[in-house]
Design a protein around this ligand. Structure first.
Ligand code: TPP
Length: 555
């Protein structure tokens, strides 16, 4: 059978099980778009390639499967860069396929030529510049295998236009690219790990994104409940445990509840599960868990000892390791430690002022949570609203919480929500956003309207780059500069894009208006005016130890 490179890409993507792709066409990828038209794959036209990248990320984060975005050469590719870098830092299996100028024009400064391969080298797990249509038979399955194997990550495939049109003889299709089996954890190491847990008086687990990536929530609970092991989570580990699990301590780090950071300061064993000891989680790394031995389990060997030297490091899939550890760990109720944990928790809880007022940060998040179904998917942008949501939203399951952790990319929330809604029809999706962040990919309102997605944008509108303002208040002597945004009319903007919108600040009964807006089908923007001087507490000053957190009463 003779196929063009574009037809081959399309067929290979179908064989990978890809049903939706987000992207934007242009000169250098038009052959691919031509081939896609006749395929089973649904194409979502984003309004900016960064939006396409985050729509694909929303699909990947909500499902755990690789997802695909497309861009043309030059500006199409450079616009994808942020979403690719974001996927790299959060270990998301994203496949970016870019068009490139024809092979004989590479290196000539041709129209819309940019060295996409070179640009993407440091922000991808792997990248390819495809040199012939025949190569695609190997490259496409390999791209998927690399993206999903071990620690997941983004892979870029740059395809010159003449490779897309080149005819190739295809005798048979290769097997779709699947994840390699995870490394086997040495039995001796498992025994030593269990012995460390059994010997600990004050153990704590730290849940990272790796727990969710590995689908390890059930094995985690089994182990915790057998040996009475309390657990905190990083920003990306939220949802691995239900918020109300008695052994769960919530989020660690820069904006953690006081009790959480205090208990980490006290523990004598920290078991890091699929974590990379990010500075937002650890604070000053040298002073993180100062009394603890560290047992670190991660599928990526390069993480072991990168930031914190473990007493024992296991290179393993977290789920496999937790399942293997469970029978080796002694049943224990650790009465003294659990009593201490509960005492500190009761004494230094997360304070949520205004939790009953829907026009205050915690209030709107709690009110929305009470109205949304328990399995609603929550996305955020980056800033104060992200941290308020992380602190206050009652997550019950993995892959319910989609947020840009490592790169902290403003503009993530709306397109990621669109992707999640497309990937999970029937689920409610809410995006908590800030006015600064929403403007970064506001054009995706057009995509939301066109696709009619079940996305509710809850805009915590403080007319500020709030997190910047807060840091200027606390750490720059109140010298505010470039953090005030003015007040665009977001309701009018959303309506201009064809998205329903309300301002609950103008409603007679804000709670009833919120309920009504969430109840109506289709996309909706809910503007929630909040005071510009609301701050997120606690906050650890950048570079300081977590125990030096500032609380609301101390500021
Ligand atoms: C693309 C990008 N640019 C700049 C920043 C730095 N930054 C972090 S938080 C923030 C302010 C966010 O403001 P907003 O979206 O209104 O949210 P708020 O903090 O007010 O809730 C900025 C500018 C960033 N994270 N991402």
């Amino acid at each position: 059978m003779k196929l063009t490179g574009s037809q081959l890409i399309t067929a290979l993507l179908e064989r990978q099980g890809i049903t939706t792709i987000a992207g934007i066409p242009g000169g250098a990828n038009l052959p691919l778009y031509d081939a896609l038209q006749g395929s089973s794959i649904r194409h979502v036209l984003a309004r900016h390639e960064q939006g396409a990248g985050f729509i694909a990320q929303g699909i990947a984060r909500a499902t755990g499967c690789a997802a695909v975005c497309l861009g043309t050469s030059g500006p199409g590719a450079t616009n994808l860069i942020t979403a690719i870098a974001d996927a790299k830092l959060d270990s998301i299996p994203l496949i970016a396929i870019t068009g490139q100028v024809p092979r004989n024009m590479i290196g000539t400064d041709a129209f819309q030529e940019v060295d996409t391969f070179g640009l993407s080298l440091p922000i991808t797990k792997h990248n390819f510049l495809v040199r012939s249509a025949a190569e695609l038979l190997e490259v496409i399955p390999r791209a998927f295998r690399i993206a999903v194997s071990g620690r997941a990550g983004p892979v870029l495939v740059d395809v010159p236009k003449d490779v897309q049109t080149e005819l190739v003889d295809v005798a048979s299709f290769p097997e779709p690219g699947r994840a390699d089996p995870p490394p086997l954890c040495p039995v001796d190491d498992l025994g030593r790990a269990a012995a460390m847990i059994n010997a600990a008086q004050k153990p704590l687990l730290l849940i990272g994104a790796g727990v969710i990536a590995a689908g390890a929530s059930n094995d985690l609970r089994n182990l915790m409940e057998k040996a009475a092991l309390p657990a905190a989570a990083t920003l990306l580990g939220l949802g691995a445990l239900p918020y109300d699990h008695p052994l769960y301590l919530g989020m660690v780090g820069m904006h953690a509840a006081r009790f959480t950071n205090m208990l980490l300061d006290e523990c004598d064993l920290l078991v890091g599960l699929g974590v990379r000891f990010d500075d937002r989680a650890t604070g000053k790394a040298a002073e993180f868990c100062p009394h603890a031995k560290i047992l670190h389990i991660d599928i990526d060997p390069s993480e072991l000892g990168k930031i914190k030297q473990p007493s024992l490091g296991l290179v393993a899939d977290v789920r496999t390791a937790l399942a293997a550890l469970a029978p080796l760990v002694a049943r224990d109720s650790r009465c003294r430690w659990i009593h201490r944990v509960n005492t500190v928790r009761d004494r230094y809880p997360l304070m949520m002022p205004g939790a009953d007022d829907p026009l205050r940060p915690y209030g709107i998040i709690r009110a929305a949570a009470a109205l949304l179904p328990e399995d609603a998917i929550i996305t955020t942008d980056v800033g104060q609203h992200q941290m308020w949501a992380a602190q206050a939203y009652p997550f019950t399951r993995p892959r319910q919480w989609l947020t840009s952790g490592g790169l902290g990319t403003m503009g993530f929330g709306l397109p990621a929500a669109i992707g999640a809604a497309i990937a999970c029809p029937g689920r409610a999706v809410a995006c908590f956003s800030g006015d600064g962040s929403l403007l970064m990919n506001v054009q995706e309102l057009a995509t939301a309207a066109e696709e009619g997605v079940e996305v509710k944008i809850i805009l915590l509108n403080n007319a500020q780059l709030g997190m910047v303002r807060q840091q200027q208040q606390l750490f720059y002597g109140g010298r505010y500069h470039a953090s005030s945004l003015g007040c665009p009319d977001f309701v009018a903007i959303a309506r201009g894009f064809g998205v329903r919108a309300i301002d609950i600040g103008k409603a007679e009964n804000p709670s009833a208006a919120l309920a009504e807006a969430l109840r109506q089908p289709g996309p909706c923007l809910i503007n929630v005016p909040i005071a510009s001087d609301e701050n997120v507490y606690p906050i650890v000053p950048p570079g300081r130890a977590n125990r030096d957190m500032i609380t609301a009463d101390a500021s």
